[in-house]
Design a protein around this ligand. Structure first.
Ligand code: ADP
Length: 247
């Protein structure tokens, strides 16, 4: 009896070992199939989406621009803490592949996710399904600047394109490096919707300029700036304005 049990145990462990080995080989193969630019980010895939293996889809831009999951969770927690109502409406104006929109939705926010590129929103919809939150997000294909006058929400979330990985080589990232328009213009459009704004910016952003954004309002908006770390590395800077700032 004892012998039989031991043999079974051994069989199971051989199978598990084969499966593990297979899994590692599959992952190595997958890593070889990605472009050199993406490779570096691919190794951080679980930092970007913890459910990566469940079928997350990305394009090249998504790999280097999506907000890492832990930082997106932080944004969502702050959003819920700032707006004292059960289902705050968050407008994610440059939604990309959905990194932030998904976490807002998971935190019970009602989300409007806007992107000018339908292919990117398709990826975002797929990714939201993986997290089971697609029903909490209204996906809108369109130009934020055209849509802004008709939008209503409790918080506007801005993670505008930083201009690709080359942003790192800029010593002082001024707000006019942001795409598709400079940071002041983007902020003014957001401000017309609500003074409660969260803006995710590169770690080398000109902090003086970020503070100046609050002066676009009269009286000036409260502003709070934090650095966002991931595994001891600064990944970005988040500026909270108006009701989104800690009072
Ligand atoms: P994420 O980090 O969430 O993946 P990205 O930084 O990749 O987001 O997203 C920037 C997104 O902004 C891109 O998907 C791009 O298509 C989108 N975008 C650029 N211009 C506009 C615009 N005028 N209106 C709405 N979305 C835009």
């Amino acid at each position: 009896m004892k012998k039989k049990r031991m043999r079974n145990k051994k069989n199971i462990s051989v199978k598990a070992h084969k499966k593990r080995k297979h899994g590692i080989m599959d992952k190595e193969k997958a890593a070889q199939n990605v472009s050199p630019v993406v490779k570096k980010y691919w190794f951080q895939r679980y930092n970007l989406f913890s459910k990566y293996d469940k079928g997350i889809k990305m394009d090249e831009e998504g790999w280097y621009s999506v907000t890492p999951e832990q930082i997106a969770i932080r944004h969502a927690l702050r959003c819920v803490a700032a707006i004292a109502k059960p289902k705050p409406v968050v407008i994610d104006c440059f939604a990309g592949v959905g990194g932030n929109a998904i976490q807002f939705a998971r935190m019970c926010c009602s989300v409007v996710a806007i992107d000018i590129d339908p292919k990117r929103l398709e990826l975002a919809i797929n990714n939201a399904k993986i997290y089971g939150v697609q029903h909490c997000i209204d996906f809108i294909v369109g130009d934020f600047f055209q849509l802004a006058p008709s939008l209503k929400g409790d918080i506007v979330f801005l993670a505008p394109p930083w201009g690709g990985p080359s942003y790192k080589s800029i010593e002082n990232f001024t707000l006019d490096f942001l795409k598709p328009r400079d940071g002041f213009t983007i902020f003014q459009f957001a401000q017309a919707i609500t003074p409660n704004i969260i803006m995710f910016l590169p770690r080398n952003v000109d902090l003086q300029q970020v503070e100046e954004l609050s002066w676009l309002s009269s009286p000036p908006l409260e502003v709070e700036i934090e650095e966002n770390y991931l595994q001891n590395n600064v990944k970005g800077v988040t500026a909270y304005f108006g009701g989104a700032a800690c009072h």
